[in-house]
Design a protein around this ligand. Structure first.
Ligand code: NAD
Length: 354
């Protein structure tokens, strides 16, 4: 099924169950695939160019040095300017392949065939490609949207449960940004992930990134849960997966609104979030470890009243609201101290109850 996207949107979006060769590029193309998916790709009768590359990349290898052999390989083939690169894998592989495609011959077309729930619902769409530097995640990259995104849900059959849960948090984020409490609660219940949820998330993200491709305003909403989330992810030495850290950040964001004269979230909703997140309690870094990471956040900047003697930082934060769309507020990193403490408390309560 081809999803409706805004007119002029850079990416055609398809959500299907089984991989379909008709959705591959019409002209010359090459494949860069996660070797974990090789059997599933072949098993589905999908074609494979002679010069396809099957690779194994995880988060620790999301580096520029990983791209270089791919670029050299394409140049040796050689891959011409009119060729399309097809990326088959999780968010690490699609982010890296998109970046490589943006660099090769100063930019060739690519297609994203995401194979994790997180990449289907979020990472594969929106044009952000990237790699990590020693100083932090995704510090180098380019806006280079795929021509086509093809999410085949059959690929999820082999995805480990932890990674399925990881992707669920980006879906919950999408519901909370829109104030869709019923949808968020439905996704927090036990039970399988539904294709209709992915469809809704993709349609929403397509609209947002079309209106604000360079994250000058509305697109910032997609960072909900990411402020404290990134600090917790780095503070856990990346033992927490990205989506897991975002989930913790979402609960903290729901708790933060209590300090800002906004309507508090119902206790039952907070419990629902905490119950799903309780198994992660042991990986939550203590506040003294989080604070310096918040000061170094990519979205942090010096506050207007900052001086050399009294440096002050402020961060662009996204706040969920009960039954209403999220809002943006500039806050000091210290604003997260109490939500962080409450987060730990709620997770401990849920863990004791389990
Ligand atoms: N570009 C964006 O807008 C954006 C948005 C969100 C996240 N991201 C990035 O996405 C990355 C995380 O992506 P991810 O969660 O997909 O992790 P991932 O790419 O590391 O994949 C997770 C693991 O699952 C394996 N795998 C992939 N598909 C599989 C399948 N179908 N069956 C079995 N195993 C499979 C991979 O080999 C890997 O070991 C991060 O680097 C993050 O920065 C990018």
């Amino acid at each position: 099924m081809r999803l409706a996207t805004p007119s002029g949107f850079a990416t055609e979006v398809f959500l299907v169950e089984t991989p379909d060769a008709n959705l591959l590029p019409e002209g010359p193309w090459t494949l860069l695939g996660d070797e974990r998916l090789r059997d599933a790709w072949r098993g589905a009768g999908m074609p494979e160019p002679d010069h396809a590359l099957w690779v194994s990349v995880d988060e620790t290898e999301k580096k520029l040095r990983t791209l270089l052999p791919w670029l050299e390989h394409w140049a040796r083939v050689p891959l011409h300017r009119e060729a399309t690169v097809v990326a088959l894998g999780g968010g690490v592989l699609t982010d890296l392949t998109g970046l490589a495609a943006s660099l090769y011959l100063r930019g060739v077309a690519w297609q994203a065939w995401p194979t994790t729930l997180l990449a289907m619902a979020d990472a594969g769409l929106g044009g952000k490609t990237g790699a990590d530097l020693a100083a932090g995640k995704n510090l180098v990259g380019a806006f280079h949207p795929p021509r086509r995104l093809v999410a085949c849900t059959d690929f999820l059959a082999s995805l480990p449960t932890r990674h399925l849960e990881n992707g669920r948090w980006e879906l919950v984020k999408t519901a909370l940004i829109q104030g869709e409490m019923v949808w968020a609660s439905e996704m927090l219940q036990d039970g399988p992930v539904r294709q209709a949820w992915v469809e809704r998330a993709l349609a929403y993200k397509a609209g947002v990134v079309h209106r604000d491709p360079r994250e000058a305003g509305e697109r910032r909403l997609l960072n909900m849960g990411h402020t404290l989330g990134h600090a917790l992810e780095a503070g856990s030495d990346y033992r927490l997966l990205h989506g897991e850290a975002v989930g913790l950040g979402l609960l903290a964001s729901c708790l933060l609104v209590e300090d800002l004269d906004l309507k508090p979230f119902p206790a039952e909703f907070l419990d629902l979030l905490a119950r799903r997140l309780a198994p992660l309690a042991a990986s939550v870094a203590p506040w003294p470890a989080c604070l310096p990471l918040l000061h170094r956040d990519k979205k942090a900047r010096a506050a207007a009243h900052s001086t050399e003697d009294h440096p002050a930082t402020e961060i662009h934060c996204i706040l969920p609201r009960v039954g209403e769309p999220a809002i943006q507020r500039i806050l000091p990193p210290e604003a997260w101290a109490r939500p962080h403490a409450r987060l730990i408390q709620l997770l401990a309560q849920e863990a004791a109850r389990a």
